[in-house]
Design a protein around this ligand. Structure first.
Ligand code: TRP
Length: 331
């Protein structure tokens, strides 16, 4: 059993890409490991949200993760800012995080490019806060995508540096979680290879979309005139439709359309109709659960409180030991 930590960005509605990229794996992990899943609201301050947006985004993400199957009785699900020990560890790690290495971080360089008028110290030290998130629970595994690999490497650097500096083996090294199954990458509906909330309108299918909207989006997905020869290689947009179908439809359904494609008998209208039906079937329980809990403040409060308590237990223990290792002493 490993200790697993993952931070969830607190922005925007969740879509099918989030489900098959992360949530699906979180759901499995929570029954097999000691999991901490938190909503990274401190991190979101780097872009200066209004107080209302800050709260609403956290709430929305919490609701949707719960609706999609994160189980607060299994995993520790909490809000980052509910556990201020994280910020203390962040401060302590900052003393041994160097300007040069932080400036070389790819995500920092991207932000500098994207928001040249708001290059704040929080952005620069984003990887330090992320390291604190992870090692506060002495995690060994972090389920993140390729885009977070450099951050994870920096977390190892900071953990290592602490150990070396204080001649201890206190912090274990956190590594990326290797999923047993291949990561399923969900394509967009606009012919692009990635489903994402910031892509074109109609690219993503959100959990909160109602059936009519889903049907419209799928029927409008990019396709083409159809294959001219048997067993032809599929163009990107068509491959995308098949990939979506593989993730959400029954294997028989997938095979049926695959064969139709290979025989040049495929009708994309029929395929899309079926795909929309299967996606609606898949997302309906999630949407219903979102609607059940979104106004149930009592329940959300209970979940957040329980998560906070469990996370603080673990975090305060680490901070106590770290303070002692560093040499803080009570009079
Ligand atoms: N940086 C991560 C992202 O953008 C979010 C995150 C913050 C995180 N702290 C973390 C992920 C700790 C894993 C562990 O997706």
């Amino acid at each position: 059993m490993e200790t697993v930590v993952s931070g969830i960005r607190s922005t925007g509605n969740l879509h099918l890409g989030n489900y098959f990229g992360a949530i699906n794996n979180f759901k499995k992990m929570q029954y097999e490991h000691n999991c901490f899943f938190f909503i990274a609201d401190y991190h979101s301050l780097t872009t200066h949200p209004t107080p209302e947006d800050l709260h609403n985004n956290v709430k929305q993400v919490l609701i949707e993760y719960l609706a999609a199957g994160l189980d607060p009785d299994k995993a520790t699900i909490y809000i980052q800012s509910d556990v201020p020990e994280v910020t203390e560890l962040y401060l302590l790690l900052n003393m041994n995080a160097y300007k040069g290495e932080l400036e070389r971080c790819t995500s920092f360089k991207e932000k500098v490019h994207k928001q040249p008028d708001n290059i704040n110290a929080g952005l620069l030290t984003y990887p330090v806060l992320m390291a604190a998130d992870i090692i506060i629970h002495k995690a060994t595994k972090v389920p993140v995508g390729k885009d977070q690999e450099q951050h994870l490497e920096m977390a190892r650097t900071f953990a290592n540096r602490f150990n070396r500096l204080y001649k201890t083996e206190y912090f274990p090294q956190p590594y990326a979680f290797n999923f047993s199954e291949e990561l399923i990458k969900i394509p967009g509906l606009d012919g692009s290879t990635k489903m994402g909330k910031s892509e074109n309108e109609g690219n993503a299918i959100f959990f909160a979309d109602d059936p009519k909207v889903i049907e419209k989006k799928v029927m409008r997905a990019v396709s083409d005139q159809g294959p001219k020869e048997p067993n032809q290689e599929k163009p990107q947009a068509i491959q995308n439709l098949f990939n979506l179908m593989k993730a959400t439809s029954k294997p028989e359904t997938y095979n049926f359309f695959e064969e139709a494609y290979n025989n040049c008998q495929i009708r994309y209208g029929d395929m899309k109709k079926q795909l929309a039906k299967d996606i609606i079937e898949f997302t309906t329980p999630i949407r219903e659960r979102i609607n059940d809990i979104k106004n149930d403040n009592n329940y959300l409060q209970k979940v957040a409180k329980k998560g906070k308590e469990k996370a603080m237990d673990s975090a305060s223990n680490t901070i106590k030991e770290v303070r002692s290792i560093i040499g803080f002493k009570h009079f």
